[in-house]
Design a protein around this ligand. Structure first.
Ligand SMILES: *Cc1c(COP(=O)(O)O)cnc(C)c1O
Length: 238
């Protein structure tokens, strides 16, 4: 049996300790429980222990579960969105971490026309450059990127709130640090170039590397295995 309560308690302690090492207030960091492959009952159990932020990477799976769960959950879309599924993202999710192209953003923007408020989004960057990963290329001082971001921040029905990345699977979490440093620098550069936009979120850090991510400025950590099945190895993270 998985002891969710004990897992969450230990994660909260680790978040607080990592924040402390960086001189940060742990209240700046939100835990997003990644519930892909977890049934609705397990999500409900985590909700009852106080979690309110849940992340899913597939639209169909999230649709199937969200209807049975409390309405005050904040649903985070963290997976790649195929164009034809964008329509189904908008009514369900409260924030999209995985905006990885201008085309997708434009499509989401059109779909948000009737939404009461702009949809919060993060821009996903492929910092490590792995072919298997989605996201904008993370070159600094890149004219093409600045031009893309200029279009993104002008979309009236979306609201950019920061950046997201996934570090590669590494054996020692310290090896992921340069990826997190890079994302933070990129954020600072974009914040200087587009001061009207809110760039406060850095969605970075997963089960194997969240403490390092927090030391480097993460505001949203996305944890699956650490909460729901700590014994699963990283290559099963899906
Ligand atoms: C699965 C997933 C996570 C959580 O991974 P764990 O290693 O289980 O913590 C975080 N972010 C994304 C985008 C994911 O797909």
């Amino acid at each position: 049996m998985i002891d969710l309560k004990a897992n969450l308690q230990s994660i909260q302690e680790r978040i607080a300790a990592a924040a402390g090492r960086a001189g940060r207030d742990p209240a700046e960091i939100s835990l997003v429980a990644v519930t892909k492959t977890q049934p609705a009952e397990v999500i409900r159990a985590a909700y009852e222990l106080g979690l309110r932020h849940f992340g899913e990477n597939r639209v169909e799976e999230a649709e199937a579960k969200a209807g049975d769960l409390p309405a005050d959950i904040t649903w985070h879309m963290i997976g790649h969105i195929q164009s034809r599924k964008a329509k189904r993202v908008v009514p369900l999710f409260h924030i999209v971490h995985s905006v990885d192209s201008v085309k997708l953003a434009q499509r989401l923007d059109r779909l948000c026309l009737e939404r009461a408020a702009p949809l919060p989004i993060l821009l996903e960057f492929n910092v490590s450059g792995e072919a298997s990963k989605y996201g904008f290329a993370a070159e600094e001082e890149d004219e093409a990127l600045l031009a893309a971001v200029e279009e993104l921040v002008a979309l009236p029905h979306l609201r950019v709130q920061g950046l997201m990345t996934m570090a590669p699977i590494v054996t020692n979490p310290q090896q992921a640090r340069p990826v997190f440093v890079h994302l933070r620098r990129l954020r600072d550069e974009l914040a200087a170039a587009f001061p009207q936009t809110d760039w406060h979120h850095l969605s970075m850090g997963m089960t194997d590397d969240f403490e390092v991510a927090i030391e480097e400025g993460a505001t949203l950590v996305r944890l699956g295995r650490a909460i729901f099945n700590p014994d699963l190895p990283p290559w099963r993270r899906g």
